[in-house]
Design a protein around this ligand. Structure first.
Ligand code: ADE
Length: 248
């Protein structure tokens, strides 16, 4: 997969993209990431990318001309047609289902928003606006990094162990079960005995139940579409009722 990122702050990306799993995924060719400076497509001495809003009001607006030129030039860098994503607090909220959708595309082009927003005509060039949550950041660089990280780790070969991306929170619409490592007793806190029993069927059953319990306690909204057996439904209903009773 190829990801192109266009930003006025390209220097924000190097340390994150070149470290750990993302760095290795690039070095091994699993993913190709290129960061581009929007100012390279300005045509004035000050390399201006924003301007005052028509109609007045506070803040600055991202100008369309450099963005259109950048999108044309960056698109032409590779044969695959990019799926163009704009980062914006007004976009579709990112979740693991959207991450999977985007990870399946051969090429993404992420345009990072800045200032108070985009000139509306820029939206005509986007396939999707994406928000990483209902809060406002100073710009789209951190959202672009979040999106790039989440999408990259799903590429085949990006993670060391092929299981790591399947047995985790949200992969089956549930939160992950509790995990423990050595020592078996730490400051008086013991690992659940089933996990050191060596009985793999019992361990799997315990993990499924704890995953259901945790999801019912913390994120009951996730259970709405979950595929549960009748016994599992009964169990989560009990947990949810207890949670509600404890809250009242
Ligand atoms: N730009 C500013 N805040 C943002 C958010 N929450 N998601 C995406 N882009 C943003």
């Amino acid at each position: 997969m190829r990801i192109d990122i266009i930003s006025v702050l390209p220097e924000m990306f190097g340390p994150v993209l070149d470290t750990s799993i993302l760095g290795r995924a690039q070095a091994s060719g699993v993913i190709e990431i290129a960061v581009h400076d929007l100012r390279d497509w300005t045509d004035d001495r000050h390399r201006t990318t924003d301007d005052y809003p028509f109609g007045g009001g506070p803040g600055m607006v991202m100008k369309p001309e450099p963005v259109y030129r950048a999108l044309d030039a960056v698109t032409a860098l590779s044969d695959a047609e990019p799926f163009v994503v704009l980062t914006s607090p007004q976009g579709r909220r990112l979740d693991q289902a959207l991450v999977r959708e985007l990870a399946a595309r051969p090429r993404l082009l992420i345009l990072c928003g800045r200032y108070e927003g985009f000139d509306e005509r820029i939206l005509a060039r986007a396939d999707l606006e994406v928000s990483i949550g209902d809060y406002v950041l100073t710009g789209g660089e951190l959202p672009a990094l979040v999106l790039t990280d989440a999408v990259s780790r799903l590429q085949p070969g990006a993670l060391g162990c092929s299981d790591s991306a399947t047995d985790e929170s949200f992969s089956e619409g549930l939160l992950e079960y509790p995990q423990y490592t050595r020592p078996a007793i730490f400051r008086g806190m013991e690992v659940p005995p089933v996990l050191v029993s060596g009985d793999h069927a019992r361990i799997a059953a315990w993990r499924r139940r704890e995953s259901l319990r945790r999801t019912a306690e913390r994120r009951p909204d996730l259970l709405v579409g979950a595929a549960l057996s009748p016994e599992e439904s009964e169990f989560v209903n009990g947990v949810v009722q207890k949670e509600n009773a404890d809250r009242d």
